[in-house]
Design a protein around this ligand. Structure first.
Ligand code: 1YM
Length: 641
């Protein structure tokens, strides 16, 4: 029940403020799902972590209670409880005023993350009940709220005392409001992962997580005395490290910079950035400063050691970070965040500080650890070698072959140079390719036989894609280059054929080859599809010849079924084609090549984004997602029997 202390002009604006939080919770905690609920926990925990950063707190307990409520307890100084200028306890002001933090700003707060206590009032507004116990000055001070409204009576504006204590600290117990969150449930695993991350970033802070929820009873203590070095080890678990973790630390113009890295034998680059304990998922100036200087240092050592000769170009930034796992954590007194989700550090001085500390400390380290330096440079060399090989294959591939318009290798080209009339048939197998070659109209129809299955471009690395003979021949034959990560070299105006026709057997293998080809076009020459140049030939499955009258091709089982209903089986002979190779040149001409009589389908993409996802799911290397998709959609599939 609200007492008279709460009925002054100030508290009316207070209630309006908290009412705004309840009206638009998403604005404050991102949403009202499990993620929003988790956010409540993080807001409160962040205040305890701030107290750790201020140098007063070493222990935090986070407990998920069986009834869905949460308790967070720390052993810091305890939230200030003395009378604030508004005439009530500072604790009251903190829990009922939006943006209370600013009013209590002091230097110890300047290196802290989070929202400077701002979160406490937001969590309070979104909780059906909240209790606060502050141990300080020999007593346990008590306060409580319902949906953000104080229900504990103050005495002279001060909190009642529950008892005596020698300890100091803050304990907050809150029950998220079902009116706001409905049936959403906190995600315990995500909370644990975040607490572990916090422990890595704050060595010396012990975080005990307890889950009392039914069927989930657990207790874990996160205490990482090795800090971000231990974090790197966790990130690199299961990989083969090239050297021991390197750790750097220093400060410049009031900005503390800490970095740890380790190279592993992969080609990936993984750099996690933090500013004041906040993960900067969009990167920012601190990361840029670190990367820039790292590349410079590696290049200058590589020259000094004679690994890079005078004539050699520098390693690129990407080369020097090939296989790197790194964490960069800075503490900034007044950070500026930008970007779509405000997770990109924008402060210019952070780039300068990260650059400077990285330069100084890296040189100190490498001067003493030559072996590690050589191993790290070795990774850059490996990357540069592969990059150069890729550039070379690429250049070869795109440079016009000398006799580009002659029949080249397997390609049986057509005579006409008029692209608008020319067609190219990509035919599965050499024997079908031979028949097609004999059957075609050589003026306008080119035949390119491909052997077996082409490479799955979703799974292969770039250099393999570029080295694949089938793909090379296709790129050369089409004449319009292809596009991928390095920039767009694709020019559809140079396409030599108006129609590209995929011609495979009407069976599972044929379907697989078609899919592989379509994946390749979709990934590297998407305009071929979007501009309607790609077709699928539809060879017939059957030929029926009646005793009297003309023979007829049937393209699927349904057509055969219909034919059977109309004709008695004694009156016709049925021929089944197992593959293109079984058809003679005349039959092939009639069914698949002759523009007057053939049957083919134009390939269209209804929704590019969806197609993109499907290509990745069905052709990529994530077996689980493919299995899941196939399992979910099996009933929709047309089975090839
Ligand atoms: C379980 C959550 O909130 N601990 C906590 C919060 C504060 C302090 C100590 C604190 C800060 C200062 C002085 C100071 C907060 N203070 C503020 C405000 N744990 C939890 N522990 N004394 C105590 O910064 O000067 C907001 S939170 F506003 F007073 F700064």
């Amino acid at each position: 029940m609200a007492n008279k202390d709460t009925y002054n002009a100030d508290s009316i604006t207070v209630l309006e403020g908290l009412e705004a939080v309840r009206k638009r919770p998403g604005m404050y905690i991102g949403g009202v799902s499990a993620q929003g609920l988790n956010h409540l926990v993080y807001e409160i925990v962040d205040n305890a972590v701030d107290e750790h950063l201020a140098g007063y707190c070493t222990h935090v307990e986070v407990t998920l209670e069986v009834d869905g409520s949460v308790t967070v307890k720390d052993n810091g100084r305890g939230i200030p409880v003395d009378r604030h200028q508004k005439g009530v306890s500072a604790e009251r002001v903190i829990f009922t005023t939006l943006h209370a933090g600013g009013k209590f700003d002091n230097s110890s707060y300047k290196t802290s993350g989070g929202l400077h206590g701002v979160g406490s009032s937001v969590v309070n507004a979104l909780s059906v009940s909240m209790e606060v116990e502050v141990s300080k000055n020999g007593y346990v001070h008590y306060d409580s709220y319902e949906r953000g409204v104080p229900v504990t009576e103050l005495k002279n504006g001060l909190l009642p005392k529950k008892g005596k204590t020698e300890e100091t600290g803050t304990r907050i117990h809150f029950m998220p409001d079902k009116e706001i969150f409905g049936k959403s449930k906190m995600n315990a695993a995500a909370i644990q992962s975040r607490l572990h991350e916090t422990a890595y970033l704050n060595p010396g802070l012990e975080i005990v997580f307890t889950n009392h929820r039914e069927g989930e009873e657990t207790q874990v203590t996160y205490y990482e005395t090795e800090g971000i070095q231990a974090y790197i080890k966790e990130l690199n678990q299961g990989k083969t490290p090239v050297h021991d973790v390197v750790y750097l630390k220093g400060s410049s113009e009031g900005i503390e910079v800490e970095a740890a890295f380790q190279f592993v034998d992969t080609f990936e680059e993984k750099i996690l950035g933090y500013c004041n304990n906040i993960y900067t998922s969009e990167g920012g100036t601190h990361i840029t400063g670190f990367k820039t200087r790292f590349t410079q240092v590696i290049n200058s050592y590589a020259r000094e050691l004679g690994i890079l000769k005078e004539k050699d170009a520098n390693f690129t930034g990407v080369d020097t970070r090939c296989g790197m796992t790194a964490i960069l954590a800075i503490k900034h007194p007044d950070p500026m965040f930008e970007g779509q989700t405000k997770t990109k550090l924008g402060s210019a001085d952070a780039a300068k500080a990260a650059n400077q500390v990285t330069g100084e400390q890296l040189e100190l380290y490498f001067d003493k650890n030559l072996e590690t330096l050589k191993l790290v440079i070795g990774c850059a060399e490996k990357s540069a070698k592969i990059r150069k090989a890729e550039e070379k294959t690429r250049a070869n591939l795109l440079s016009k072959p000398k006799f580009s318009f002659e029949s080249n290798g397997k390609l049986a080209n057509c005579e006409s140079r008029d692209a608008s009339k020319c067609e190219i048939f990509i035919v599965e197998g050499d024997s079908a390719g031979g028949s097609a070659r004999n059957a075609r109209d050589r003026k306008y129809q080119a035949i390119l036989p491909i052997r077996g299955k082409i490479l799955n471009v979703e799974k292969a690395s770039m250099d393999k894609v570029l080295a694949n003979a089938e793909i090379k021949t296709m790129v050369q034959a089409f004449g319009c280059g292809f596009s991928e990560g390095y920039g767009n070299d694709f020019d559809i105006s140079k396409l030599r054929y108006d129609k590209i026709v995929i011609m495979t057997d009407a069976d599972v293998d044929g379907a697989h080859i078609s899919t592989l080809l379509l994946t390749f076009f979709y990934r590297f020459m998407p305009e071929l599809i979007s501009e309607g140049h790609v077709y699928l030939a539809m060879p017939p499955l059957y030929k029926v010849v009646p005793k009297r009258g003309e023979g007829e091709y049937l393209y699927d089982d349904a057509a055969l079924e219909r034919y059977r209903k109309k004709h008695s089986s004694n009156n016709f002979t049925l021929q089944r084609y197992k593959g293109l190779g079984e058809m003679d040149a005349d039959q092939l001409w009639e069914t698949t090549l002759n523009p007057e009589t053939r049957c083919m389908k134009r390939v269209e993409i209804e929704d590019g984004r969806m197609a993109d996802m499907m290509t990745e799911i069905l052709m990529g290397s994530n077996v689980d997602s493919r299995r899941e998709f196939i399992h979910d959609h099996a009933s929709e599939a047309e089975l090839d029997v």
